[in-house]
Write a protein that binds this ligand. Structure first.
Ligand code: HEC
Ligand code: HEC
Length: 447
Protein backbone atom coordinates (compact mmCIF):
# COMPACT_ATOMS: atom_id res chain seq x y z
CA UNK A 1 0.00 0.00 0.00
CA UNK A 2 2.76 2.41 1.04
CA UNK A 3 4.74 1.96 -2.17
CA UNK A 4 1.63 2.36 -4.29
CA UNK A 5 0.84 5.62 -2.59
CA UNK A 6 4.39 6.87 -3.18
CA UNK A 7 4.22 5.91 -6.82
CA UNK A 8 1.00 7.88 -7.12
CA UNK A 9 2.63 10.97 -5.65
CA UNK A 10 5.63 10.66 -7.90
CA UNK A 11 3.25 10.35 -10.87
CA UNK A 12 1.33 13.45 -9.83
CA UNK A 13 4.59 15.37 -9.49
CA UNK A 14 5.66 14.41 -12.98
CA UNK A 15 2.29 15.52 -14.34
CA UNK A 16 2.67 18.89 -12.61
CA UNK A 17 6.05 19.35 -14.30
CA UNK A 18 4.55 18.55 -17.72
CA UNK A 19 1.64 20.95 -17.17
CA UNK A 20 3.96 23.72 -15.99
CA UNK A 21 6.15 23.20 -19.05
CA UNK A 22 3.16 23.36 -21.38
CA UNK A 23 2.00 26.60 -19.77
CA UNK A 24 5.34 28.37 -19.93
CA UNK A 25 6.86 27.33 -23.28
CA UNK A 26 6.55 30.23 -25.70
CA UNK A 27 7.23 28.03 -28.74
CA UNK A 28 4.37 25.52 -28.14
CA UNK A 29 1.71 25.57 -30.88
CA UNK A 30 -1.53 27.35 -29.96
CA UNK A 31 -4.09 24.79 -28.77
CA UNK A 32 -6.97 24.09 -31.20
CA UNK A 33 -10.09 26.03 -30.18
CA UNK A 34 -12.45 23.90 -28.09
CA UNK A 35 -15.54 23.25 -30.25
CA UNK A 36 -18.72 24.79 -28.84
CA UNK A 37 -21.32 23.38 -31.23
CA UNK A 38 -22.23 19.69 -31.40
CA UNK A 39 -21.59 19.64 -35.14
CA UNK A 40 -18.01 20.93 -34.69
CA UNK A 41 -16.99 17.97 -32.57
CA UNK A 42 -15.19 15.35 -34.64
CA UNK A 43 -17.18 12.13 -34.28
CA UNK A 44 -15.35 9.52 -32.23
CA UNK A 45 -15.39 6.37 -34.36
CA UNK A 46 -15.08 3.03 -32.61
CA UNK A 47 -11.36 2.45 -32.21
CA UNK A 48 -11.13 -0.88 -30.45
CA UNK A 49 -13.06 -3.91 -29.28
CA UNK A 50 -14.55 -2.08 -26.30
CA UNK A 51 -15.97 0.64 -28.54
CA UNK A 52 -17.20 -1.85 -31.11
CA UNK A 53 -19.07 -3.72 -28.40
CA UNK A 54 -20.99 -0.51 -27.62
CA UNK A 55 -21.78 -0.01 -31.32
CA UNK A 56 -23.00 -3.58 -31.67
CA UNK A 57 -25.15 -3.30 -28.54
CA UNK A 58 -26.70 -0.09 -29.84
CA UNK A 59 -27.49 -1.66 -33.20
CA UNK A 60 -29.00 -4.74 -31.55
CA UNK A 61 -31.18 -2.58 -29.30
CA UNK A 62 -32.43 -0.57 -32.27
CA UNK A 63 -33.37 -3.75 -34.12
CA UNK A 64 -35.06 -5.32 -31.09
CA UNK A 65 -36.81 -2.04 -30.36
CA UNK A 66 -38.02 -1.77 -33.94
CA UNK A 67 -39.44 -5.28 -33.65
CA UNK A 68 -41.20 -4.42 -30.39
CA UNK A 69 -42.56 -1.13 -31.76
CA UNK A 70 -43.91 -2.72 -34.94
CA UNK A 71 -44.86 -6.21 -33.93
CA UNK A 72 -45.29 -6.66 -30.17
CA UNK A 73 -48.88 -6.71 -28.96
CA UNK A 74 -47.74 -7.04 -25.33
CA UNK A 75 -50.47 -9.72 -25.23
CA UNK A 76 -53.15 -7.09 -25.88
CA UNK A 77 -54.98 -9.76 -27.91
CA UNK A 78 -56.43 -11.00 -24.64
CA UNK A 79 -58.42 -7.75 -24.58
CA UNK A 80 -59.10 -6.77 -28.21
CA UNK A 81 -59.68 -10.32 -29.42
CA UNK A 82 -60.41 -12.22 -26.23
CA UNK A 83 -62.73 -9.71 -24.55
CA UNK A 84 -64.04 -7.34 -27.27
CA UNK A 85 -63.93 -10.00 -30.08
CA UNK A 86 -62.77 -7.28 -32.46
CA UNK A 87 -61.27 -9.91 -34.81
CA UNK A 88 -64.78 -11.11 -35.68
CA UNK A 89 -65.62 -7.67 -37.08
CA UNK A 90 -62.25 -7.22 -38.77
CA UNK A 91 -62.73 -10.56 -40.56
CA UNK A 92 -65.73 -8.99 -42.35
CA UNK A 93 -63.89 -5.79 -43.32
CA UNK A 94 -62.72 -5.36 -46.91
CA UNK A 95 -59.30 -3.77 -47.42
CA UNK A 96 -61.05 -0.76 -48.89
CA UNK A 97 -63.10 -0.34 -45.70
CA UNK A 98 -59.99 -0.87 -43.56
CA UNK A 99 -58.09 1.78 -45.52
CA UNK A 100 -61.06 4.16 -45.19
CA UNK A 101 -60.83 3.73 -41.39
CA UNK A 102 -57.19 4.86 -41.67
CA UNK A 103 -55.48 1.48 -41.41
CA UNK A 104 -52.27 1.23 -43.47
CA UNK A 105 -50.68 -1.58 -45.46
CA UNK A 106 -46.95 -2.30 -45.28
CA UNK A 107 -46.09 -2.91 -48.95
CA UNK A 108 -42.75 -4.49 -48.02
CA UNK A 109 -44.57 -7.35 -46.29
CA UNK A 110 -46.61 -8.30 -49.36
CA UNK A 111 -45.15 -9.99 -52.47
CA UNK A 112 -45.58 -7.48 -55.36
CA UNK A 113 -47.60 -9.91 -57.51
CA UNK A 114 -50.02 -10.46 -54.62
CA UNK A 115 -50.41 -6.71 -54.14
CA UNK A 116 -50.96 -6.14 -57.87
CA UNK A 117 -53.82 -8.64 -58.12
CA UNK A 118 -55.41 -8.21 -54.65
CA UNK A 119 -59.17 -7.67 -54.60
CA UNK A 120 -59.57 -4.71 -52.28
CA UNK A 121 -63.31 -5.31 -51.94
CA UNK A 122 -62.97 -8.86 -50.63
CA UNK A 123 -62.67 -9.30 -46.85
CA UNK A 124 -60.65 -12.46 -47.56
CA UNK A 125 -57.87 -10.14 -48.75
CA UNK A 126 -57.85 -8.43 -45.34
CA UNK A 127 -57.35 -11.79 -43.65
CA UNK A 128 -54.58 -12.63 -46.14
CA UNK A 129 -52.85 -9.31 -45.37
CA UNK A 130 -53.12 -10.02 -41.64
CA UNK A 131 -51.56 -13.46 -42.20
CA UNK A 132 -48.63 -11.68 -43.89
CA UNK A 133 -48.42 -9.30 -40.92
CA UNK A 134 -48.89 -6.47 -43.42
CA UNK A 135 -51.58 -4.39 -41.67
CA UNK A 136 -49.57 -1.74 -39.80
CA UNK A 137 -50.07 -2.04 -36.04
CA UNK A 138 -52.59 -4.89 -36.15
CA UNK A 139 -51.64 -8.50 -35.43
CA UNK A 140 -54.03 -11.26 -36.39
CA UNK A 141 -53.87 -14.62 -34.66
CA UNK A 142 -55.01 -17.61 -36.69
CA UNK A 143 -56.24 -21.07 -35.74
CA UNK A 144 -56.56 -24.35 -37.58
CA UNK A 145 -60.21 -23.87 -38.61
CA UNK A 146 -60.40 -21.48 -41.59
CA UNK A 147 -64.23 -21.51 -41.71
CA UNK A 148 -64.95 -19.33 -38.66
CA UNK A 149 -63.94 -15.67 -39.13
CA UNK A 150 -61.58 -16.65 -41.97
CA UNK A 151 -59.40 -18.45 -39.49
CA UNK A 152 -58.91 -15.41 -37.25
CA UNK A 153 -59.04 -16.43 -33.59
CA UNK A 154 -57.85 -13.19 -32.02
CA UNK A 155 -56.33 -9.78 -32.66
CA UNK A 156 -53.94 -7.46 -30.85
CA UNK A 157 -52.48 -4.03 -31.55
CA UNK A 158 -48.95 -2.65 -31.49
CA UNK A 159 -47.41 0.81 -31.00
CA UNK A 160 -47.33 1.18 -34.80
CA UNK A 161 -51.15 1.17 -34.87
CA UNK A 162 -51.17 4.85 -33.83
CA UNK A 163 -47.52 5.92 -34.22
CA UNK A 164 -46.69 4.72 -37.76
CA UNK A 165 -48.05 5.44 -41.17
CA UNK A 166 -46.84 4.62 -44.71
CA UNK A 167 -45.46 6.74 -47.54
CA UNK A 168 -48.35 5.91 -49.93
CA UNK A 169 -45.78 4.77 -52.54
CA UNK A 170 -48.08 2.09 -54.05
CA UNK A 171 -51.46 3.70 -53.43
CA UNK A 172 -53.07 5.86 -50.74
CA UNK A 173 -52.56 3.92 -47.50
CA UNK A 174 -50.21 1.36 -49.08
CA UNK A 175 -46.44 1.85 -49.00
CA UNK A 176 -43.34 1.67 -46.84
CA UNK A 177 -43.58 2.14 -43.10
CA UNK A 178 -42.84 5.53 -41.54
CA UNK A 179 -42.29 4.72 -37.85
CA UNK A 180 -42.88 7.56 -35.43
CA UNK A 181 -45.23 9.48 -37.70
CA UNK A 182 -48.64 9.87 -36.08
CA UNK A 183 -51.40 8.20 -38.07
CA UNK A 184 -53.78 11.13 -38.31
CA UNK A 185 -56.08 9.16 -40.65
CA UNK A 186 -56.70 6.37 -38.16
CA UNK A 187 -60.17 6.39 -36.61
CA UNK A 188 -59.34 4.46 -33.44
CA UNK A 189 -62.78 5.02 -31.94
CA UNK A 190 -64.70 3.89 -35.02
CA UNK A 191 -62.53 0.75 -35.27
CA UNK A 192 -63.05 -0.13 -31.59
CA UNK A 193 -66.78 0.52 -31.97
CA UNK A 194 -66.96 -2.34 -34.50
CA UNK A 195 -66.36 -4.78 -31.62
CA UNK A 196 -69.23 -7.26 -31.21
CA UNK A 197 -68.95 -6.96 -27.42
CA UNK A 198 -68.19 -3.55 -25.93
CA UNK A 199 -69.24 -4.61 -22.43
CA UNK A 200 -65.69 -5.26 -21.14
CA UNK A 201 -64.77 -1.69 -22.12
CA UNK A 202 -68.00 -0.31 -20.65
CA UNK A 203 -67.31 -2.16 -17.39
CA UNK A 204 -63.84 -0.67 -17.12
CA UNK A 205 -65.21 2.81 -17.78
CA UNK A 206 -68.17 2.11 -15.46
CA UNK A 207 -70.79 3.22 -18.00
CA UNK A 208 -73.24 1.41 -20.27
CA UNK A 209 -72.53 0.15 -23.78
CA UNK A 210 -74.46 2.87 -25.67
CA UNK A 211 -72.43 5.50 -23.79
CA UNK A 212 -69.17 3.81 -24.74
CA UNK A 213 -70.27 3.70 -28.36
CA UNK A 214 -71.17 7.42 -28.34
CA UNK A 215 -67.80 8.29 -26.85
CA UNK A 216 -65.83 6.15 -29.33
CA UNK A 217 -67.70 7.66 -32.27
CA UNK A 218 -67.02 11.20 -30.97
CA UNK A 219 -63.21 10.92 -31.34
CA UNK A 220 -62.80 11.11 -35.11
CA UNK A 221 -59.67 10.44 -37.17
CA UNK A 222 -56.19 10.88 -35.70
CA UNK A 223 -57.37 11.02 -32.11
CA UNK A 224 -57.29 8.88 -29.00
CA UNK A 225 -58.00 9.61 -25.34
CA UNK A 226 -55.33 8.08 -23.13
CA UNK A 227 -56.75 9.80 -20.05
CA UNK A 228 -60.25 8.34 -20.42
CA UNK A 229 -59.53 5.03 -18.63
CA UNK A 230 -57.95 7.04 -15.81
CA UNK A 231 -60.45 9.83 -15.17
CA UNK A 232 -63.52 8.85 -17.20
CA UNK A 233 -63.83 12.31 -18.74
CA UNK A 234 -64.97 11.91 -22.34
CA UNK A 235 -66.00 15.47 -23.18
CA UNK A 236 -64.60 18.91 -22.50
CA UNK A 237 -66.72 21.56 -20.80
CA UNK A 238 -67.54 22.98 -24.25
CA UNK A 239 -69.01 19.62 -25.28
CA UNK A 240 -66.26 18.71 -27.73
CA UNK A 241 -64.41 15.40 -27.49
CA UNK A 242 -61.71 15.18 -24.83
CA UNK A 243 -59.60 12.98 -27.13
CA UNK A 244 -56.26 14.47 -28.18
CA UNK A 245 -54.36 14.25 -31.46
CA UNK A 246 -52.03 11.27 -31.77
CA UNK A 247 -48.57 12.86 -31.36
CA UNK A 248 -45.32 12.05 -33.12
CA UNK A 249 -43.10 9.34 -31.62
CA UNK A 250 -40.07 10.68 -33.54
CA UNK A 251 -37.72 13.50 -32.55
CA UNK A 252 -37.90 12.64 -28.84
CA UNK A 253 -34.16 12.27 -28.10
CA UNK A 254 -32.95 14.94 -25.68
CA UNK A 255 -36.51 15.80 -24.64
CA UNK A 256 -37.17 15.41 -20.92
CA UNK A 257 -40.90 15.03 -20.27
CA UNK A 258 -43.35 13.40 -22.66
CA UNK A 259 -47.01 13.55 -23.61
CA UNK A 260 -48.85 16.83 -24.08
CA UNK A 261 -49.01 17.28 -20.34
CA UNK A 262 -45.66 15.82 -19.29
CA UNK A 263 -46.79 12.65 -17.53
CA UNK A 264 -43.22 11.36 -17.49
CA UNK A 265 -40.28 10.15 -19.56
CA UNK A 266 -40.50 7.99 -22.69
CA UNK A 267 -40.04 4.70 -20.76
CA UNK A 268 -42.59 5.84 -18.18
CA UNK A 269 -45.17 6.48 -20.85
CA UNK A 270 -44.36 3.37 -22.86
CA UNK A 271 -45.00 1.26 -19.76
CA UNK A 272 -48.25 3.10 -19.05
CA UNK A 273 -49.50 2.74 -22.62
CA UNK A 274 -48.62 -0.93 -23.06
CA UNK A 275 -50.28 -1.80 -19.74
CA UNK A 276 -53.21 0.57 -19.34
CA UNK A 277 -54.14 1.72 -22.87
CA UNK A 278 -53.31 -1.32 -25.00
CA UNK A 279 -54.34 -3.62 -22.16
CA UNK A 280 -51.19 -5.68 -22.53
CA UNK A 281 -49.97 -7.99 -19.79
CA UNK A 282 -47.28 -6.48 -17.59
CA UNK A 283 -46.28 -4.51 -14.53
CA UNK A 284 -47.00 -0.85 -13.94
CA UNK A 285 -46.44 1.31 -10.89
CA UNK A 286 -47.55 4.91 -10.36
CA UNK A 287 -49.06 5.82 -6.99
CA UNK A 288 -50.09 9.20 -8.44
CA UNK A 289 -53.00 7.27 -9.93
CA UNK A 290 -54.30 6.46 -6.43
CA UNK A 291 -55.71 10.00 -6.25
CA UNK A 292 -59.40 9.11 -6.45
CA UNK A 293 -60.43 12.74 -6.78
CA UNK A 294 -58.49 13.27 -9.98
CA UNK A 295 -58.24 9.73 -11.35
CA UNK A 296 -61.40 8.01 -10.11
CA UNK A 297 -61.28 5.09 -12.57
CA UNK A 298 -57.56 4.50 -12.21
CA UNK A 299 -57.89 4.51 -8.41
CA UNK A 300 -60.96 2.23 -8.41
CA UNK A 301 -59.37 -0.21 -10.87
CA UNK A 302 -55.96 -0.17 -9.13
CA UNK A 303 -54.21 0.88 -12.35
CA UNK A 304 -51.21 2.35 -10.52
CA UNK A 305 -50.41 -1.09 -9.10
CA UNK A 306 -50.71 -3.49 -12.01
CA UNK A 307 -48.93 -6.82 -11.72
CA UNK A 308 -50.00 -9.46 -14.20
CA UNK A 309 -48.82 -13.02 -13.69
CA UNK A 310 -47.09 -12.96 -17.06
CA UNK A 311 -45.19 -9.77 -17.89
CA UNK A 312 -44.91 -9.20 -21.66
CA UNK A 313 -43.97 -5.50 -21.36
CA UNK A 314 -41.08 -4.84 -18.99
CA UNK A 315 -38.45 -6.82 -20.91
CA UNK A 316 -39.15 -4.68 -24.02
CA UNK A 317 -38.96 -1.22 -22.42
CA UNK A 318 -35.22 -0.65 -22.83
CA UNK A 319 -35.12 -1.57 -26.53
CA UNK A 320 -38.36 0.28 -27.21
CA UNK A 321 -36.94 3.41 -25.58
CA UNK A 322 -33.72 3.13 -27.57
CA UNK A 323 -35.57 2.72 -30.87
CA UNK A 324 -37.79 5.75 -30.30
CA UNK A 325 -34.77 7.89 -29.46
CA UNK A 326 -33.22 6.80 -32.76
CA UNK A 327 -36.20 8.06 -34.77
CA UNK A 328 -35.34 11.52 -36.02
CA UNK A 329 -38.00 14.02 -37.00
CA UNK A 330 -38.36 13.96 -40.79
CA UNK A 331 -36.75 16.79 -42.77
CA UNK A 332 -39.14 18.95 -44.82
CA UNK A 333 -39.37 18.04 -48.52
CA UNK A 334 -37.30 20.16 -50.89
CA UNK A 335 -39.21 23.22 -52.05
CA UNK A 336 -41.85 22.97 -49.32
CA UNK A 337 -40.86 26.31 -47.78
CA UNK A 338 -39.29 29.62 -48.83
CA UNK A 339 -35.69 29.45 -47.54
CA UNK A 340 -35.07 33.21 -47.51
CA UNK A 341 -38.31 33.86 -45.62
CA UNK A 342 -37.46 31.01 -43.21
CA UNK A 343 -34.06 32.59 -42.47
CA UNK A 344 -35.80 35.89 -41.65
CA UNK A 345 -38.37 33.92 -39.62
CA UNK A 346 -35.56 32.37 -37.54
CA UNK A 347 -34.58 35.89 -36.45
CA UNK A 348 -38.16 36.59 -35.40
CA UNK A 349 -38.40 33.22 -33.59
CA UNK A 350 -35.21 33.82 -31.61
CA UNK A 351 -35.69 37.57 -31.22
CA UNK A 352 -38.84 39.68 -31.27
CA UNK A 353 -41.32 36.79 -30.85
CA UNK A 354 -39.26 35.16 -28.06
CA UNK A 355 -40.44 31.70 -29.08
CA UNK A 356 -36.98 30.37 -28.28
CA UNK A 357 -37.38 31.13 -24.59
CA UNK A 358 -39.36 27.88 -24.41
CA UNK A 359 -38.68 26.19 -27.78
CA UNK A 360 -34.89 26.30 -27.32
CA UNK A 361 -33.04 25.39 -30.54
CA UNK A 362 -32.07 22.81 -31.64
CA UNK A 363 -34.34 20.72 -29.35
CA UNK A 364 -37.16 23.25 -29.66
CA UNK A 365 -38.34 22.33 -26.16
CA UNK A 366 -37.02 23.58 -22.80
CA UNK A 367 -33.82 21.80 -21.73
CA UNK A 368 -34.79 20.77 -18.19
CA UNK A 369 -38.30 20.78 -16.75
CA UNK A 370 -40.15 21.47 -19.98
CA UNK A 371 -43.60 22.34 -18.65
CA UNK A 372 -45.60 25.57 -18.66
CA UNK A 373 -48.87 26.72 -17.16
CA UNK A 374 -51.99 27.07 -19.32
CA UNK A 375 -51.84 30.85 -18.68
CA UNK A 376 -48.34 31.12 -20.13
CA UNK A 377 -49.48 29.76 -23.47
CA UNK A 378 -52.92 31.30 -23.30
CA UNK A 379 -55.20 28.26 -23.38
CA UNK A 380 -57.71 26.62 -21.03
CA UNK A 381 -56.55 24.21 -18.32
CA UNK A 382 -58.87 21.27 -19.11
CA UNK A 383 -56.30 18.83 -20.50
CA UNK A 384 -53.53 20.01 -18.17
CA UNK A 385 -55.78 19.32 -15.18
CA UNK A 386 -56.15 15.71 -16.34
CA UNK A 387 -52.42 15.16 -15.72
CA UNK A 388 -50.56 15.00 -12.39
CA UNK A 389 -48.47 17.96 -13.59
CA UNK A 390 -51.43 20.32 -14.28
CA UNK A 391 -49.24 21.83 -17.02
CA UNK A 392 -48.51 21.61 -20.74
CA UNK A 393 -45.25 20.29 -22.15
CA UNK A 394 -43.40 22.45 -24.70
CA UNK A 395 -43.82 20.49 -27.94
CA UNK A 396 -40.53 19.84 -29.79
CA UNK A 397 -41.18 21.55 -33.12
CA UNK A 398 -39.00 19.53 -35.53
CA UNK A 399 -41.14 17.78 -38.13
CA UNK A 400 -44.16 19.99 -37.41
CA UNK A 401 -44.73 20.17 -41.19
CA UNK A 402 -45.40 16.42 -41.25
CA UNK A 403 -48.23 16.51 -38.72
CA UNK A 404 -50.40 19.30 -40.06
CA UNK A 405 -53.40 17.01 -40.54
CA UNK A 406 -55.74 17.53 -37.60
CA UNK A 407 -54.14 20.85 -36.65
CA UNK A 408 -51.75 21.97 -33.93
CA UNK A 409 -51.71 21.99 -30.11
CA UNK A 410 -52.84 18.91 -28.20
CA UNK A 411 -56.41 19.10 -29.42
CA UNK A 412 -55.81 20.55 -32.88
CA UNK A 413 -57.47 23.82 -31.91
CA UNK A 414 -55.28 25.73 -34.37
CA UNK A 415 -55.86 24.49 -37.90
CA UNK A 416 -52.61 25.87 -39.32
CA UNK A 417 -49.18 27.10 -38.22
CA UNK A 418 -50.40 30.58 -39.17
CA UNK A 419 -53.20 30.26 -36.65
CA UNK A 420 -50.67 29.24 -33.97
CA UNK A 421 -48.57 32.32 -34.71
CA UNK A 422 -51.64 34.60 -34.63
CA UNK A 423 -52.53 33.12 -31.24
CA UNK A 424 -49.09 33.83 -29.74
CA UNK A 425 -49.08 37.31 -31.28
CA UNK A 426 -52.35 38.12 -29.52
CA UNK A 427 -51.71 36.33 -26.24
CA UNK A 428 -48.16 37.54 -25.73
CA UNK A 429 -48.63 41.03 -27.26
CA UNK A 430 -45.79 40.46 -29.70
CA UNK A 431 -46.81 43.19 -32.15
CA UNK A 432 -45.71 41.12 -35.16
CA UNK A 433 -46.28 42.60 -38.63
CA UNK A 434 -48.00 40.46 -41.30
CA UNK A 435 -44.59 40.00 -42.98
CA UNK A 436 -42.96 38.85 -39.73
CA UNK A 437 -45.78 36.40 -39.13
CA UNK A 438 -45.43 35.00 -42.65
CA UNK A 439 -41.66 34.61 -42.17
CA UNK A 440 -42.20 32.87 -38.84
CA UNK A 441 -44.53 30.36 -40.50
CA UNK A 442 -41.95 29.63 -43.21
CA UNK A 443 -39.38 29.06 -40.46
CA UNK A 444 -41.71 26.62 -38.66
CA UNK A 445 -42.24 24.75 -41.96
CA UNK A 446 -38.45 24.44 -42.32
CA UNK A 447 -37.90 22.57 -39.03
C1 HEC B 1 -54.45 3.85 -29.72
C2 HEC B 1 -53.41 4.78 -30.13
C3 HEC B 1 -52.05 4.66 -29.48
C4 HEC B 1 -51.28 3.53 -29.31
C5 HEC B 1 -51.61 2.11 -29.67
C6 HEC B 1 -50.05 4.00 -28.71
N1 HEC B 1 -50.08 5.34 -28.54
FE1 HEC B 1 -48.55 6.48 -27.91
N2 HEC B 1 -49.79 8.08 -27.81
C7 HEC B 1 -51.09 8.12 -28.25
C8 HEC B 1 -51.69 9.37 -27.84
C9 HEC B 1 -53.10 9.85 -28.13
C10 HEC B 1 -50.69 10.08 -27.12
C11 HEC B 1 -50.84 11.43 -26.43
C12 HEC B 1 -51.19 11.20 -24.99
C13 HEC B 1 -51.42 12.47 -24.20
O1 HEC B 1 -50.59 13.37 -24.24
O2 HEC B 1 -52.46 12.53 -23.54
C14 HEC B 1 -49.51 9.25 -27.16
C15 HEC B 1 -48.26 9.63 -26.65
C16 HEC B 1 -47.11 8.92 -26.82
C17 HEC B 1 -45.78 9.39 -26.54
C18 HEC B 1 -45.41 10.80 -26.11
C19 HEC B 1 -45.01 11.62 -27.33
C20 HEC B 1 -44.54 13.00 -26.98
O3 HEC B 1 -44.67 13.90 -27.81
O4 HEC B 1 -44.03 13.20 -25.89
C21 HEC B 1 -44.93 8.37 -26.78
C22 HEC B 1 -43.43 8.39 -26.60
C23 HEC B 1 -45.72 7.25 -27.19
N3 HEC B 1 -47.04 7.60 -27.23
C24 HEC B 1 -45.22 5.99 -27.49
C25 HEC B 1 -46.02 4.88 -27.67
C26 HEC B 1 -45.52 3.52 -27.66
C27 HEC B 1 -44.07 3.11 -27.48
C28 HEC B 1 -46.59 2.71 -27.85
C29 HEC B 1 -46.63 1.21 -27.79
C30 HEC B 1 -46.22 0.67 -26.50
C31 HEC B 1 -47.76 3.58 -28.03
N4 HEC B 1 -47.36 4.87 -27.87
C32 HEC B 1 -49.02 3.13 -28.35
C33 HEC B 1 -51.72 7.11 -28.95
C34 HEC B 1 -51.29 5.78 -28.98
C1 HEC C 1 -44.10 29.81 -22.48
C2 HEC C 1 -43.49 28.82 -23.32
C3 HEC C 1 -43.77 28.91 -24.82
C4 HEC C 1 -43.52 29.97 -25.67
C5 HEC C 1 -42.95 31.33 -25.33
C6 HEC C 1 -43.90 29.54 -26.98
N1 HEC C 1 -44.39 28.26 -26.93
FE1 HEC C 1 -45.04 27.18 -28.51
N2 HEC C 1 -45.70 25.72 -27.24
C7 HEC C 1 -45.54 25.73 -25.88
C8 HEC C 1 -46.31 24.66 -25.30
C9 HEC C 1 -46.41 24.34 -23.83
C10 HEC C 1 -46.95 24.01 -26.38
C11 HEC C 1 -47.93 22.81 -26.31
C12 HEC C 1 -49.38 23.34 -26.43
C13 HEC C 1 -50.41 22.25 -26.58
O1 HEC C 1 -50.11 21.17 -27.10
O2 HEC C 1 -51.56 22.47 -26.19
C14 HEC C 1 -46.53 24.69 -27.59
C15 HEC C 1 -46.91 24.35 -28.88
C16 HEC C 1 -46.49 24.99 -30.03
C17 HEC C 1 -46.79 24.56 -31.37
C18 HEC C 1 -47.65 23.34 -31.75
C19 HEC C 1 -46.79 22.14 -32.07
C20 HEC C 1 -47.61 20.93 -32.41
O3 HEC C 1 -47.07 20.02 -33.04
O4 HEC C 1 -48.79 20.87 -32.03
C21 HEC C 1 -46.18 25.43 -32.22
C22 HEC C 1 -46.20 25.36 -33.74
C23 HEC C 1 -45.53 26.42 -31.42
N3 HEC C 1 -45.73 26.12 -30.08
C24 HEC C 1 -44.82 27.50 -31.92
C25 HEC C 1 -44.43 28.57 -31.14
C26 HEC C 1 -44.03 29.85 -31.68
C27 HEC C 1 -43.95 30.19 -33.15
C28 HEC C 1 -43.76 30.65 -30.62
C29 HEC C 1 -43.38 32.11 -30.63
C30 HEC C 1 -44.33 32.98 -31.27
C31 HEC C 1 -43.98 29.86 -29.42
N4 HEC C 1 -44.40 28.61 -29.78
C32 HEC C 1 -43.79 30.31 -28.12
C33 HEC C 1 -44.77 26.62 -25.15
C34 HEC C 1 -44.34 27.86 -25.63
Amino acid sequence: MRTNKRALWVGAGALAVVLAAAGSTATAPAPAPVPEKAGELAPVRSANAIDRRVDDDAQAMIEQGRAAFRHSTFRSQTFFGGALRLHEAVAELSPRQALAAGLKVDADAVPPEVLATADLDDPATTAALLRLNAVVGVRGFFGADPSAHRGLTSLGITCAFCHSTVDDAMAPGIGQRLDGWPNRDLDVGAILALSPDLRPLADRLRVDVPTVRTVLMSWGPGRFDASLPLDGKAFRPDGKTAAVLIPAAYGLAGVNLHTYTGWGSVPYWNALVANLEMNGKGTFFDPRLDDAGRFPLAAANGLGHKRDARDAVTDKLADLHFYQLALRAPAPPAGSFDAAAAARGAQVFNGKAACATCHVPPLYTDPGHNLHTPEEIGIDAFQAERSPTRQYRTTPLAGAWSRSKGGYYHDGRFATLGAVVDHYDRHRDLGLSPAEKADLVEFLKSL
